[in-house]
Every structure is written in C-alpha cells, then in structure tokens.
Design a protein around this ligand. Structure first.
Ligand code: SAH
Length: 521
C-alpha cells in the first residue's frame, strides 16, 4: 500500500479540506445543479425522518442511578435490588397503571428462559450472560425478531435523527481512504447496522465520488435476521443477477445469504454474524455506531470483603421476576477481567471507584480491529456514548423511549452500557500491531471538523420552511448540548430532546500508515 498518508502534510491537509467542502456540497463547479437536486431529495428524507422521530430521547441519556443495596447478609449472596424497588421505579417512570400491568403480566418466554438458565446452573448468572441472552438470544432476544428503532420502536439513534450523520461518517471514510493511499479495493464494514440508515446515507452521500465509491464492497455484521432484512430494504438491495433489471426491490425475493447489490451506489453487500467472518487481506474501513454499548458487560462492586461480582438471580417469593445479588467472593470474571482493567487505571481512579463495569467482548473486538487495520490497512470509527475513564454502574434499560428497570420483563427493553473508551485505547496499545487509537473527541467536535455546518448550509439552500426546521432541529440534536435553547418556560423539560454533542464521543483506530485521521487532529 502507498505510504503517502504517513504524515498529514500541508498539501494533504489542504486536499482533505477540499474534499470535505466538496463532499458537503459546497464545491464551486458545474455540478451545482445536480448537487441541488440531490440535496433536495435528501431534504425530503430528513423531513420524513424528523416526523418519525419527533423529539424522542436517545439512549445516551443516563438514568439516575438508584440501585439500592440491602444490608442483610442472610445467604451466600447479597440482595441488591428488591422487587419493591423495581416497582417503585416502574411507578415513577411509567405511571401508576404500569404497576398493575407489571404485576399481572404473564411471564414471557425470555423470563422463563433466564429462569431455567439460572436453575440449570444451580445459581445466579453474570450480568454479561443476562445481557447477552436478553439482547441476542436467537429465539426471543430484543434485537432478533423485530424493528426496535424510531418513534414506533424503543429508541432513536443519530442516523434516525438526521441524514447528515451518515453523510459525515461518509466524509470521514472518504478522507481516510485518501490517507490510505486510495487503494482500489476496500472492505467497508459496519458493525450492528440497525435499520441500515447510516450505511444508506453514507452510500448515497458518497455515490458521486466514484473514485471512492467504486472501490467499496460493503460488509454488514448483524446477528438479527429481522434487522438484516430491513437493512436489505434500506440499502435497496437485490441479488447480483437482478441488479440491472429491477428498480423497485422486492426484499422477499432476496435471499439473505447471497451477496446483494445496493442500488444506491452499485456496491456489493454481504452479511456476516461477526467481524471474524469478514474476509481478511484487503484494506478495511470499519464503522461501529452504537454497537459497543450493546456488548455484554460484567459489573463489580467493592465490599468489605473485597471486589465482588454483581449477579442476576430469581427473585424469591414473588413467583416471577429477578433480582441482583452479589457473589460471596471473587469470581472467574473478577480475577480475569477486573484485574486486567485495574492495571490500566490510575491510583486516583482506583481509590475512589466503588462500582466498575468491564466489557471483555469490547476488548476482544478492539484487539481484532487493531490487528486487522494494522495488518491489512485502513481504520475504524467508533461512535457511542461513554467515558474516557473506568465506567461505573451505567447499565440501563429503555423501552418505548423511557428508562425502565434492567431486570423488568427481560427481552422487551433495550439494554446498554456506557462505553469505556479508555479501556478501548489500552486494548489497542496492548495489541501493538501497527495501528493506533485517537480520541475520544466529543461528537460535536468530530462532526464540526467534518463540516456538518457546511452540509447544513448546502441543504438549507433548497429547503422549504418545514424542511429547514427539521434540518436545524436534527443539526442541533447531533451537535448541541443539554436542553434545547428554544425551550419555553411552559414546556416540560422531561419531554424535550437533549443534545448529543458531548454525551456521544468518537474514537478512531487507524493503521499507522494513515497518520492522524480527520477529526482527531
Ligand atoms: N448502528 C445502528 C444500530 C445500533 S443498535 C444505529 O446507530 O442506528 C445495535 C445493533 O447491533 C443492532 O443492529 C443489533 O442487532 C446489532 N447487534 C447487537 N449485538 C450484536 C452482536 N453480538 N453481533 C452482531 N450484531 C449485534
């Protein structure tokens, strides 16, 4: 691979700035007419998207940590969360009727499954096992059988909020491709693509830059069959041999195992259950947006008898439901993963932290990414909510855009945890294979560096009043902070959207041959 991007020279930096302006629709060229019409097409989408998402909350909003610790040590494990505390939270979050419906609710297939797992083991399971079952169990996992996104689903993400998000990620990929020396074949991988909206916006936004777009083969890493077929529709996929003859795609005819062609850009698209199945040996660009937060975490708590692991057990006496308990002493996970995480922590951090979350799957995935981009060339972009220090007690559940108890009606709510960006950086350093981590930087800084304000300007030029409003709201949600500045004193702040500009962060892992990726200088 050409090493031209080794150091981002002044010339290279200027070229990338030119690329950013062009990609955002600001180039002064004879293309202005076609750019306006493509902008218009996208605006309509933006408007529809805003209608779908309204002002719903995003996942990164952290819920108040109200886990209660019971003091009795009656059994081998310590009860952390009682049924009563769960009911209390439900009442606060969902209103009084929710109490009745929760108490009366039939036990779900997932709840039965978790119970039998606990019984089979002869004791409580780890939070990581609980999270993995709840989210990705093939029969009843939260993601597995339905569309959980958007206003009608459980939560919204940045690609749902604005087309500009996927477009900016596309600009980042295109800049990285330049820094990689413009290889003529690139694997573009997305981990956990949800509805496929980000990838669709990325492919649409970069389609006119054919030097780049024609090098791409797209690899979607997705465990959910339901989401895989939605992604096929979003990407307007059809089997290779039908690519020329159809314009409207009948997704029922597309067999998910076959390679498909996206009619958005003409790229070949294939699906994989994990990153390890994506072929090696080709320069690769990987995107992971709100993927790491869904990976299963272990939770540990400092106690007078040392660090113990938080576990999930069947609640006693109630006939249904679950509770958190503490292990009587160290566990396999505390000896392996907590010990590793503590080695990376500063003395000050270690002294004050009482709860720690560790995500071994995130560390394993990061090592795989670092190796892959180090050896094959390319880079990865991780965008998620999280912290650049050890994470403490952040596990949360969201159902229908509201926080609910983590153990309540498993499988019906999304579970996610803050991403420990500091651990990801250490995992890259530990791998030491010709790649390095950059960031994290906050989302507003990242999108700003990629020219989101230019993109907004370009889109506004052809927007109706309604479209302009939708675009501006989307822009503010992606880069703003706290409650919206236009909030009236009569508006309920609880139902107002919250800016994602600093809660969400971006981190890059790139091959050392690329130099510093754009947005991280
Ligand atoms: N990136 C999307 C969706 C994020 S939700 C967006 O921002 O809108 C998490 C996504 O990861 C879903 O598509 C889910 O099905 C997928 N997923 C979760 N755990 C996974 C795993 N272990 N392997 C593969 N895909 C997974």
């Amino acid at each position: 691979m050409v090493q031209a991007g080794l150091v981002l020279t002044v010339h290279g930096a200027q070229a990338l700035q030119g690329l950013i302006r062009a990609a955002n629709g600001l180039s002064v060229s004879s293309q202005s007419h076609s750019q306006s019409s493509s902008a218009l097409e996208m605006e309509t989408e933006a408007e529809q998207r805003m209608k779908r998402t309204q002002v719903l909350e995003c996942k990164g909003e952290r819920q108040a940590n109200d886990i209660k610790i019971a003091d009795g040590k009656k059994k081998s494990s310590e009860i952390l969360e009682s049924e009563a505390a769960m009911m209390d939270q439900v009442k606060r979050v969902r209103g009084v009727e929710a109490e009745a419906s929760f108490a009366k609710a039939e036990e779900s297939a997932m709840a039965k499954h978790i119970k039998s797992l606990i019984q089979f083991r002869g004791g409580p399971i780890t939070v990581a096992e609980y999270m993995e079952e709840v989210l990705t169990n093939p029969i009843a996992g939260f993601y597995m059988n339905r569309d959980v996104f958007g206003a009608a689903g459980e939560f919204v993400t940045s690609p749902d909020i604005s087309q500009m998000f996927g477009e900016m990620v596309g600009v980042w990929c295109m800049c990285l491709w330049h820094q990689m020396g413009q290889p003529n074949h690139v694997h573009l991988v997305e981990l956990g693509p949800g509805r496929g909206t980000l990838m669709a916006d990325l492919l649409r936004g970069t389609a006119k830059f054919t030097d780049f777009s024609q090098t791409l083969s797209v690899h979607m890493v997705e465990c959910s069959p339901a989401l895989k077929s939605i992604q096929q529709e979003t990407l307007k996929c059809c089997p290779k041999d039908q690519a020329d003859s159809t314009s409207a795609v009948d997704s029922q005819k597309c067999k998910p195992t076959e390679d498909q062609i996206s009619q958005i850009s003409g790229a070949v698209v294939s699906w994989h259950l994990d990153l390890e199945h994506v072929p090696r040996g080709v320069p690769t660009i990987i995107i992971a947006h709100e993927f790491y937060d869904a990976l299963p975490i272990h939770q540990f708590q400092r106690t007078p008898r040392g660090w113990c692991e938080k576990l999930v057990d069947v609640a006693e006496g109630s006939g249904q439901g679950f509770r958190f308990v503490l292990s009587p002493g160290p566990t396999t996970a505390s000896s392996l993963y907590l010990a590793k995480r503590m080695k990376w922590a500063s003395l000050e951090e270690k002294a004050k932290i009482e709860h720690v979350e560790v995500c071994p799957s995130a560390l394993k995935l990061t090592a795989e990414i670092a190796r892959r981009v180090g050896e094959d060339g390319g880079g990865a972009l991780v965008v998620d909510y999280g912290e650049d220090v050890m994470v403490s007690d952040s596990l949360q559940a969201i159902r229908k855009h509201e926080f609910v108890k983590v153990l309540q009606d498993p499988g019906s709510a999304d579970l996610s945890a803050y991403v420990d960006f500091a651990a990801i950086k250490h995992a890259v350093e530990d791998e030491a294979v010709g790649s390095s981590a950059f960031g994290p930087v906050c989302q507003s800084q990242f999108l700003g560096a990629l020219g989101i304000n230019f993109r907004l300007e370009a889109l506004l030029q052809n927007a109706t009043e309604e479209q302009a409003e939708a675009l501006q709201l989307g822009y503010w949600r992606l880069v703003g902070d706290g409650p919206p500045p236009w909030l009236d004193k009569d508006d309920d702040p609880k139902t107002a959207p919250t800016g994602m500009g600093s809660r969400y962060k971006a981190l890059a892992i790139v091959s050392d041959a690329c130099g510093v990726p754009i947005g991280f200088q």
